[in-house]
Ligand binder design. Sequence first.
Ligand SMILES: [Ca+2]
Length: 277
Amino acid sequence: MIIWNCRIQKHLFIAIIVACCLSAGADLAQAETYYHNDFNGQDAGALALGSDVTISPSGGRNGSPALCMTYDRPGVAGHWASFDLSTYKTQELWVELDVRIQGEPAGGMKFVKFFGNWNTHSQNNMTLGVDPWQQVNREVSYYGDTICVARWDGGDACPDDVLLPTHIVTSAPIDLRGNSWNRYKAFVKRADQGQKNGEVKIWFNGILRAHIINMDSNPGSVLNPTYFEGMTFGDYANERTFTSTWYFWMDNLTVSSTDPDGGAVSVPAVPAQLTVE
Ligand SMILES: [Ca+2]
């Protein structure tokens, strides 16, 4: 018969503490920040910059230094920043950044794009683009390169033989225009090969605007990478809809294996244009 006493309580307490520490240690070991930069040191670090990208000494959040891309011509041109992900061997990422669009955007852009392979455009990329016709951020394109799209408003466009995803949270398109700073956060999990378990979550200024699950985003029929080799920001603007010069600003960029806010971002009261199923 066990006599419950202070000694047992003490041992139990120690055991719980040890278990908690081990658990926390495991979480810490798994959490990794791949890139973090406020650009205030005017150094892009591991981010490679195209010829149309500068680190401006002002113009960022609170007047601080920030990254500025000049869109004075369509195509890939030099308005891109790229980050090599190949060493991390992952296809599940968080990205968070401040964004500002100065001027009237034309031609759209790829905004945040994850590449299955640096050298081709067909190996199950995931793109959170700004639409070249409507100039708003409204969808994730996936399956090969952009064969399928899943929109924040719940709409889908996919070939008939591709299972459509499930939309948990839907909302209106996200409008980055207006020359004001906004906070954009995304969680992208490409599906395991041949599975339909991909997931995307998008927050805009702290509000969860889209949550999509059951995505067929890594079809086995496509020559298949097991991880994203890299990601780009900005990048391609459509030649048919480009008209005049505009600027894409980025500040306080984080790319990580876990939520950079530590899961602290709450979901405020549901706005009128947003529905939760
Ligand atoms: Ca800054």
